[in-house]
Design a protein around this ligand. Structure first.
Ligand code: CUA
Length: 326
């Protein structure tokens, strides 16, 4: 019986170790989550091997002969065995609970001086603001290596969920609540932030690029973005910060979103609607249900841009989309 147990344990261990079930960790929190995963997996492999060994051995050793139709001997409990199979699992479950609680607490601890980044989610885009860098706005999430980052998160409409698979941590963004989560990136690289809460038609495309840079490169990026923000096209900046590209393809912005109609043929659409181009573009931003492009559904585009964008931003966006000069 012991031999069967050892063989099963080896086979299951190979399945656990040889198949890359988890992505390569990129944060200190993911390291701890992996530890919990392996802690529970080792216990499970042990129990699985034990149970399999007993079952396989019993099936082989106590099989009834083909012509044997008598009942087996009556069996009535075994106090010792029952005490063991109650206490051992209880101890194991409590141990997993304690290890998980310790890791949960450590993963929620941002230390005394976290780097703060605000995360805003709305159907179907992410936006980021860096209060520690004079409120720098970005549609790409750039993180400093080795520093604990505390994300403070808000949703403008429905429930979304923040997850960078290689960094482990996951947290919902709930309208009306401010949720937070801590990530300490431990290697440089390019990753992807994905929304993991079904939030509407564009859920599957609700992603944002994530880059982890060394402290010097991170500081350089902040500096470059801060100087670039003042000199760039305000319409292009609004297009990026409002996340328009998450849903709309627009050649000048290089965006390829397919949730909403492409914005390169606005003049033709305005002609079809019988409206002047600029007025049509503005209406489509602040009152998206007024004219809905063929093949797309009403009510998908957020209807709050008239409130969430300033009048100057809307005007800049209209000029950018219509190709008008200032
Ligand atoms: Cu946002 Cu799914």
């Amino acid at each position: 019986m012991a031999g069967i147990g050892v063989v099963v344990a080896i086979l299951v261990t190979l399945v656990a170790v040889l198949i890359p079930w988890l992505p390569t960790s990129a944060s200190e929190q993911m390291d701890r989550i992996e530890f919990v995963y392996w802690f529970a997996t080792v216990i499970c492999i042990g129990i699985f091997a034990l149970v399999s060994a007993v079952i396989i051995y019993s099936v082989m050793a106590f099989r009834a002969q083909p012509d044997d139709e008598t009942d087996g001997p009556p069996i009535h409990g075994h106090t010792g065995l029952e005490v063991v199979w109650t206490i051992v699992p209880a101890v194991l479950v409590v141990a997993i609970g304690i290890v998980s609680a310790v890791v949960l607490s450590q993963n929620g601890d941002a230390g005394t001086n976290p780097y703060r980044i605000k995360v805003f989610a709305q159907q179907f885009a992410w936006r980021f603001e860096y209060p520690d860098a004079k409120g720098l706005k970005s549609s790409e999430l750039v993180l400093p290596l080795g520093r604990s980052v505390r994300f403070e998160m808000e949703s403008a409409d429905v429930i979304h969920s923040f997850w960078i698979p290689q960094m482990g941590q996951k947290q919902d963004l709930v309208p009306g609540l401010r949720t937070s989560i801590v990530v300490t990136p431990k290697r440089e690289g390019t990753f992807s932030l994905v929304c993991t809460e079904l939030c509407g038609l564009g859920h599957a495309t609700m992603r944002a690029p994530v880059r982890v840079l060394g402290q010097a490169a991170f500081d350089a990026w902040v500096k470059e973005r801060q100087s670039g923000d003042s000199g760039g096209d305000p319409g292009a900046a609004t297009f990026a910060s409002a996340g328009c590209g998450g849903c709309h393809a627009f050649a000048p912005a290089g965006s390829k979103g397919g949730v909403g109609p492409a914005l390169d043929g606005l003049a033709a659409s305005a002609g079809k609607a019988g409206q002047p181009l600029a007025a049509y573009a503005k209406q489509s931003i602040v009152e998206p249900n007024a004219v809905v492009a063929a093949g797309f559904a009403a009510g998908v585009m957020p209807q709050n841009y008239g409130a969430s964008l300033s009048a100057a931003q809307v005007d800049a966006l209209v000029r950018y989309l219509t190709g008008a000069k200032e």
